[in-house]
Structure formats: C-alpha cells, structure tokens
Design a protein around this ligand. Sequence first.
Ligand code: SAH
Ligand code: SF4
Ligand code: F3S
Length: 453
Amino acid sequence: MNNASKRYEKKYNIVTFGCQMNKADSERMAGVLEHMGFKAADDPNVADLVLYNTCTIRDNAEQKVYSYLGKQAKRKHQQPDLTLVVAGCVAQQEGEKLLRRVPELDLVMGPQHANRLEDLLQQVFDGNQVVATDPIQIFEDITKPRRDSDVTAWVNIIYGCNERCSYCVVPNVRGVEQSRTPQAIKAEIEDLSRQGYKEITLLGQNIDAYGRDLPGSTPEGRHQHTLTDLLYYIHDISGIERLRFSTSHPRYFTERLIKACQELPNVCEHFHIPFQSGDNDILQAMKRGYTQEKYRRIIKTIREYMPDAAITADAIVGFPGETEAQFQNTLKLVEDLEFDLVNTAAYSPRPGTPAALWDNQLSEEEKSDRLQRLNRLVSVTAEARSQRYLGREVEVLVEAQNTKVPTQLLGRTRTNRLTFFPGKIEQLKGKTVKVKIQEIRAFSITGELIESR
Ligand code: SAH
Ligand code: SF4
Ligand code: F3S
C-alpha cells in the first residue's frame, strides 16, 4: 500500500460521562465532527481532538473529568496541535474557571451549544480559546448524529428543566425547558425509520413537561401539546416497532398518559419514575411537589392498566436532615412497590443548589451505610421481579452481540430487561425474536431462541 498517497485524516475521541441526554449530545457532536471530516479513534491518546462530555450530577462525576484532563493536558505539551474540548454540564457549571484550572483547554462549551460545535471549533482553529456557556435558543439539528446503535435511537423532545428540586444542578446547567415541535420530532423519527431503526426512546429531564412552552398553552397551564398527544401523533410511523420515553416526573404523571400507553401497541410497558424519597417531609424539603401516597397511587394505576409493566426509579439517601425513621420510609416504599430496578445515590451537595447550603448535612459514613442498606434491598426485589420471567416466552428486539460471550446476542424485552441468548448477529440484528427464559439474575435474563420473524 502506498501510504504517501493516503490523505492524512484527523481523528477524534469523545468520552461521555453523563446521562442519556448527555449521550445523545455526544452522538450529535460526533455527527458534527464526522461531517467536518474527522474520523473516530478508539484511543484518546492517538486522537487529534479529544472531547470530554461531562456530568456534574454528583461530585464524583465532576471529579472524574479533572483526572482525565490532566493526562491530555500533559500530552498537549508534546503535541501542541492537539485540540482539547470540555463540553456538557461541568463546562456549563465552571465556564471560564475551567480555563484557569486547565489553561491547555481550547474550548469549553455548555450542553445547549452542542449543535454549534463546528462554528466553535472554527474559532479555535482561528487561534482563539473559546468559552460558550451563555443561554441560547437551541437550534434544530443540522447535521445527523453519529449514533452508537443502528437498532435503537434516542430522540430529544424537550431540553432543560424548569423544576427546582433543592438538590439538583440540572436546571442550572441545562437551562429552561425548550420543547421541539411535534413536526420536527416526527420528521426525525421518520428519517430514523428509513435508516432501519426499530426502537425510539423519547428523552427529556422532565418528559411530562413536554409542550408546555410551545404556542397553544393557556395561562391555566393547559396545553395542546402534551406528551400523551405526542405519543398518538408519532405512534404509527411505519417500521418503528417500539416507543419508550424517559424520565417521568410523579408530579405531572397523568392517568390519561397511562391509558394511552395501554392503548398504543408500540409503546412499551416500562416506566421510569424517580421517587427520590419515601418520606413526605423529605420530599417537601426536596421540593418535589408530590407525596409518597400520590406516588403509590400512580404505580397502582399503572398496574391496574398494565399488570406486567416494569417500573424503575431513582432514589437519594442521606438528604440533609434525613433521620433513620425517614430513611426507613424509603426502604418501606421499595419493599412495597416491587421495582424492577432502582438507581440509588448518596446525596451529594452541588454548587448553586439550596440544599448544599443547609447546616443539617449527614456524615459520609451515614450516607454510605444507608446506600448499602438500600442497595441490598434493591437487588433482592429486582431478583424477585426477575423470577416472573422464568420459563416465559418473551419478545426481544436484537441489538448486538454480547462482547463478553461472542456466541451470545443481547437485546431487551418490551419491559426493558436485558436478555441474552445464543444466536448469529448477521441473521438477527434488528429483528424481534421470541426467547424462552431459562436463567434469572437480578438485572438480566438468559434463554434460548424459539422463533424469529
Ligand atoms: N429529571 C430526573 C432526574 C435527573 S438526575 C428526575 O426528576 O427525577 C438523575 C438522578 O440523579 C436523580 O433522579 C437523582 O436521584 C440523582 N441526583 C440528582 N441530584 C443529586 C444529588 N445532588 N445527589 C445525589 N443524587 C442526585
Ligand atoms: Fe433535577 Fe428535579 Fe429537574 Fe429532575 S425534575 S432534572 S431532579 S430539578
Ligand atoms: Fe449529568 Fe448533566 Fe445529565 S449533570 S445527569 S449529564 S443533565
């Protein structure tokens, strides 16, 4: 091969630290970079451009990026044309301060600026050090994301969050709610269907708030464009077999939405509804706007309509002032409600949030002790929930080969249980197959293929 004739191609590497929204932003930024002629590199140490898409939901997420950055900053002294970018929520939170901490950085950009990456890099290549963290109206995507999967895709429907939960940085770093129009969302899903995608997950930090900022809302808070209306509007796009959405807020979750999910065959029986705490006084201090009784009613209603639905949630332990008895209320809620999965976290004080300033903080030992106790209970209930799959035939959408056991494929049930079974990816990728379940673990199940169509 004649190497001299091969055009030198610049390589990029993106490291993603955050939530699904953060991942979706990374896919869009990768799309921009490829549109600019960059090629993906698996190893950041050989890339000409390294982009860290950061998360600051808890302190340990934030600290991760500093340790990664140190290494690349050193490399830049040997390779001055290396471009270093910090994007995402830490970038938004820290802004200019990041440049002082790591002067080797070329670009610091908040999540609202993800679609502007090309323009911002142009300024960098013109010799500037750039900080882009001012609040802006998010423009519709002009480039195509480079998606990690070619079977399932994320589609943002609302950016930002207008809630003010007293522990949470998201409203500070993601800005106010901005809903995309139903037409733009439908057009994106139609395009995904043409590319062969089978499953769509609609994304929003508070997805039930979808549409309330679009024209057509009334002062009383009623609006024409709710999540429920959107589900009806996009339901019948041919080729799309499954629709999901996340994250739901108990304060806004409606029975009308539950009915729609039952009625619309492509909407999957899985709901992710964080409760955060099982204690009403803590919920109030968190400014969540619902009680544990209301949360229980929502779950009960879902189970009335869809007895087999999977329910997952998030919870925080060790919120400022949480007593042992209040923590017990969280344990009780988890014991009673039979969750399929609960993502748990010890409370972490975040800059710019009210709860971080309170003087009733718990010790790290107490928080981690409660976290361990809750985690033990969660794995017991998750495993008990998994039991219902034993011997059952489930529908699985085949996503990929299992990298750890290459003879196995992996996919998900409609209820979002990770499922493994033997098979060949060339034959089954993107297909919906029937799998008979023979083995149960807390968070995944294994079986054998009995039918593919
Ligand atoms: N919008 C979603 C969740 C966003 S953040 C909602 O309203 O539920 C994802 C999860 O991180 C939260 O559900 C919460 O459980 C956790 N989290 C957020 N801030 C936190 C903090 N300061 N300390 C610990 N966990 C936190
Ligand atoms: Fe944070 Fe509350 Fe908004 Fe969720 S709803 S992103 S927890 S402020
Ligand atoms: Fe983290 Fe930002 Fe998501 S703080 S959880 S990446 S919205």
